[in-house]
Design a protein around this ligand. Structure first.
Ligand SMILES: *[C@@H]1O[C@H](CO)[C@@H](O)[C@H](O)[C@H]1NC(C)=O
Ligand SMILES: *[C@@H]1O[C@H](CO)[C@@H](O)[C@H](O)[C@H]1NC(C)=O
Ligand SMILES: *[C@@H]1O[C@H](CO)[C@@H](O)[C@H](O)[C@H]1NC(C)=O
Ligand SMILES: *[C@@H]1O[C@H](CO)[C@@H](O)[C@H](O)[C@H]1NC(C)=O
Ligand SMILES: *[C@@H]1O[C@H](CO)[C@@H](O)[C@H](O)[C@H]1NC(C)=O
Length: 438
């Protein structure tokens, strides 16, 4: 405790001092220290999905969730074995329903069996979906239950409740083995994980960082809350020196308005502008085009016309001694022998690819570790996929390009920060654990 030796002669001074002291104490009790939660994220080797574990229910059990950056809420499979004594469906017109204020909410009696989690009458329902199978449903019952999120030293237990969406098992199709939910981090939803945490607990800001590991054997991390975001041995704040670009919403996209988009204005390969149809880079009046960031697709998808231009520019910029080979798999269109490709601390020595954002000086540099993938002992491929993206964004940045990079989503300031490869700083997304020896 604080001890004071008051040696002032006048009572007035004593009074003044006490007044000051009381003010300091009351100030201290109203200060809320910002906190950052750590969520380990593993990469599933068969689906290449990113999985995080969050505790839920009473008694509390660990539940595996596929990370969906642009997801509207925490979506849980309530059909297969959801038991909890604290499950509470959100009744129509309740404050939970109005808090969720999702664009399409339906209220009513849908349940034809006896009541159970996910099946109660007079509850509100929201539009949720699984981005892997692009299937959406209005059948998700809004509900509340206990949630325990984060790992040592800080685990936040939401007493009593965290709002989530309860769905039938068919929605979980093609998710990784053992996964029974989808964790949504969407920006334009009050019940997404970052937005709901911040409204439940004032220690959290509406800010988070995603750092995915490239390995299926070591975990990456999602930092929830304000930076600094530290990795260790050596200790580095990886949230410093990011390149920021505005977060672009897509209000025309009624099905997935929570997704994150950025404005890519050009693509440079080995310092040279790739000739592109610029129309495709902006979101048009129908909500098509533009650039999305996604954690549920493994490799960046490019509209075929962008893909062809990128492929040609990349091949032309490869070292002369590189020899092209027939792609051994349909997914990739440009493959070459890796025998003559040098390796560097940022991966194979191939031309750098820059995604230039809203201005020339703001660009995200993609090095070999993120631009190519080793598909067999002697063959590597350009790790981008060409696809007819008629109704979709022209560019969807996927997992392989995001790995070992930190992306910071600063929702209050509507901006997204990119670190580029952490290998440049001799560190990785797996070094978030203070105690780890790796
Ligand atoms: C829900 O309402 C429907 C229609 O009123 C009724 O048939 C059904 O039994 C009710 N289910 C439950 C679980 O109360
Ligand atoms: C969650 O994933 C872990 C690791 O893959 C697995 O051991 C565990 O069985 C999964 N949980 C469930 C409920 O399937
Ligand atoms: C979602 O977007 C709409 C329209 O742009 C905006 O009015 C609303 O405040 C946003 N909601 C959240 C939770 O960000
Ligand atoms: C995106 O960039 C284009 C051209 O650089 C610009 O015209 C457009 O207004 C930008 N959109 C947003 C939402 O910033
Ligand atoms: C550019 O793309 C737009 C949208 O797909 C298309 O309408 C237009 O014809 C394209 N322009 C050129 C020159 O190919």
């Amino acid at each position: 405790m604080l001890t004071f030796k008051l040696s002032l002669s006048s009572n007035i001074y004593n009074f003044f001092f006490l007044f000051l002291l009381l003010n300091i104490i009351s100030l201290c009790s109203s200060i809320v220290l910002p906190t950052t939660l750590i969520l380990p994220v593993t990469k599933d080797s068969s689906t290449l999905q990113y999985i995080t574990v969050i505790g839920q229910r009473t008694p509390l059990i660990p539940v595996n969730f596929t990370v969906h950056l642009g997801g509207e809420s925490l979506v849980v499979d309530c059909e297969s074995g959801y038991t909890s004594s604290t499950y509470k469906p959100a009744r129509c017109k309740s404050k939970q329903c109005s808090f969720a204020k999702v664009k399409f909410d339906a209220c009513g009696d849908y349940c034809l069996t006896k009541p159970k989690p996910g099946c109660n009458n007079n509850t509100c329902h929201t539009l949720v979906g699984n981005p892997v199978i692009t299937t959406y449903t209005f059948g998700g019952e809004l509900a509340e239950d206990v949630l325990a999120i984060g790992t040592a030293p800080i685990v936040l237990v939401t007493q009593p409740r965290f709002i989530f969406t309860c769905v039938e098992s068919y929605i979980m199709k093609r998710l990784a083995k053992g996964v029974t939910g989808i964790a949504g981090f969407g920006h334009n939803s009050t019940i997404s994980i970052p937005n709901q945490l911040a409204s439940l607990d004032s220690r959290f800001t509406r800010k988070f960082g995603i750092c995915l590991s490239s390995s299926t054997r070591s975990s990456g991390v999602i930092f929830m809350g304000s930076s600094p975001y530290y990795v260790y041995n050596p200790m580095i704040d990886i949230s410093k020196n990011l390149v920021y670009t505005p977060l672009v919403g897509n209000p025309m996209d009624w099905l997935t308005p929570m997704e994150y988009h950025v404005n890519v204005s050009s693509i440079r390969i080995a310092g040279k502008d790739v000739p592109l149809n610029k129309t495709l880079l902006s979101i048009n009046d129908q909500g098509h085009g533009g650039t999305r960031i996604s954690t549920t697709i493994p490799f960046t998808i490019l509209h075929t016309s962008i893909y062809e231009a990128v492929k040609t520019a990349f091949i032309n910029a490869l070292p002369k001694k590189a020899t092209m080979v027939d792609p051994p798999m349909k997914r990739f269109g440009a493959c070459f022998s890796s025998k003559n490709i040098r390796s560097t601390n940022v991966g194979p020595d191939v031309p750098v690819i820059d995604f230039v954002f809203h201005k020339k000086s703001a660009f995200w540099r993609i090095y070999g570790a993120n631009s190519v993938v080793q598909v067999s002992k002697d063959v590597m491929c350009l790790a981008f996929v060409g696809r007819e993206q008629t109704w979709e964004p022209s560019i969807v940045i996927g997992g392989h390009q995001l790995e070992e990079n930190l992306l910071v989503f600063d929702l209050p300031h509507k901006k997204i920060g990119f670190s580029s490869s952490l290998k440049l700083q001799q560190t990785s997304c797996s070094k978030y654990d203070h105690a780890s020896k790796s």
